[in-house]
Write a protein that binds this ligand. Structure first.
Ligand SMILES: Nc1nc2c(ncn2[C@@H]2O[C@H](COP(=O)(O)OP(=O)(O)O)[C@@H](O)[C@H]2O)c(=O)[nH]1
Ligand SMILES: [Mg+2]
Length: 363
């Protein structure tokens, strides 16, 4: 999972490190060249109290009269060793990062956000040499990735603090893994001690009703179902009524993803929303669809509306781009990722561990 992207980011870390090393002094004794030549290259030792060093200082080295006194001033005032990275030095490694992200199916908006973040963070900023260059690069990449991944969503706390029954509706394109995901989430929540009832709201075909019924039997959960072709709102209304009558904590409602057009989908979801007033509408899509999944999620968020995303089949997606960019593009949190066909193959999405995984290993 995410191995391809991890390898690419590893290589970019090296390029970034080399580009930054080029412009930073090695150490006091090993420093080569005059201060003015270092200024020319874009790096200089200086004192924190001087305030931000504008790169325009590089122009001053042409002023023969001013240079010696400036060097003396810098030499005497220096307390902290710092370096400054010039935009020019970052162009190549950032281009490499951009290409790596795009090749990994990271959406353009998310790629741009990551590049901008790293550039703004590193260019022209004062950095203390005390930390290793790799630490600085890794921190910058980590912050950039986290800014795009968002914060995830703590469903357990949400449920704990919410009146019963908590109604969660699953929606999204057919075949992406909705029904399987409902079974996985049911198992996840049951393990946390919550009681769950399933609503067979995909009434489009008999097979869908049978499928959720089989999951329910395997997991020992009640499934509320009507006939094929019946009104999904009525099924889900009954599911909520069952939960209320039996003191069940959570209702997980399935829906059909097969519609002739978006207006049909919107009408049906609007009716379900009116009838059962879901607390959370979760959009399910598959990581293997790459950028298509991202575009669909964005579109769904903008038109139909949703509270969060579940991305399935992340185990089958060597690129990882959809997982990185879907929350950012749709401006909604990624709740879970599906990582296989078993009931336990679901993971609450944790941006920090994803970033740690992507940046693990020594550059
Ligand atoms: N490898 C893998 N397969 C999955 C995952 N989630 C669902 N699937 C498979 O995707 C297929 C379609 O799933 P289903 O739940 O019927 O999709 P639905 O039409 O959206 O309800 C099934 O074969 C599932 O086993 C996942 O996270 N990883
Ligand atoms: Mg289904």
């Amino acid at each position: 999972m995410l191995e391809g992207l991890k390898k690419k980011i590893f290589s970019v870390r090296r390029s970034l490190e080399e580009s930054v090393t080029e412009v930073s002094p090695k150490d006091d004794s090993g420093r080569t060249g005059s201060v003015s030549s270092q200024i020319q290259e874009g790096c200089v030792e200086r004192d924190e109290t001087q305030g931000p060093l504008d790169l325009s200082l590089t122009e001053r080295q042409g002023d023969q009269k001013q240079e010696p006194s400036f060097i003396r001033k810098v030499s005497t005032l220096v307390r902290e060793r710092e370096f400054i990275v010039s935009s020019k030095n970052l162009d190549e490694p950032l281009f490499e990062l951009e290409m790596s992200l795009l090749e990994s199916d990271v959406a353009l908006v998310a790629t741009d956000a990551i590049i901008d973040h790293v550039r703004k963070d590193l260019v022209g900023s004062k950095r203390k040499i005390g930390r290793s260059i790799d630490d600085i690069i890794t921190k910058s990449l980590s912050d950039a990735l986290l800014s795009v991944l968002g914060e995830g969503f703590d469903l357990i706390s949400y449920i704990r603090n919410h009146p019963r029954p908590v109604r969660i509706l699953f929606t999204g394109v057919n075949g992406t893994g909705k029904t399987t995901t409902i079974a996985k989430v049911a198992q996840f929540l049951t393990k946390q001690g919550f009681s769950v009832v399933l609503g067979a709201g995909d009434t489009f075909r008999a097979g869908a009703i049978e499928q959720i019924d089989v999951h329910g039997k395997r997991l020992g959960l009640k499934v509320i179902a009507h006939q094929e072709g019946s009104d999904p709102s009525a099924v889900l209304f009954d599911t909520v009524a069952y939960a209320k009558a039996h003191g069940i904590d959570i209702v997980l409602g399935d829906t059909a993803g097969r519609f002739h057009n978006k207006a049909n989908l919107m009408n049906q979801l609007a009716k379900i929303k009116r009838v059962i007033e879901p607390d959370l509408v979760l959009y399910v899509d598959e990581a293997v669809a790459g950028n298509d999944a991202v575009v669909r999620a964005q579109d769904f968020a903008d038109t139909v509306g949703m509270d969060g995303i579940i991305l399935t089949k992340v185990d089958m997606d060597p690129k990882g781009g959809a997982a990185i960019s879907i929350a950012y593009a749709a401006k909604k949190p990624l709740f879970f990722i599906g990582i296989g066909q078993g009931y336990d193959d679901i993971v609450a999405f944790d941006p920090v561990s994803v970033v740690n995984e992507l940046l693990s290993g020594d550059a």
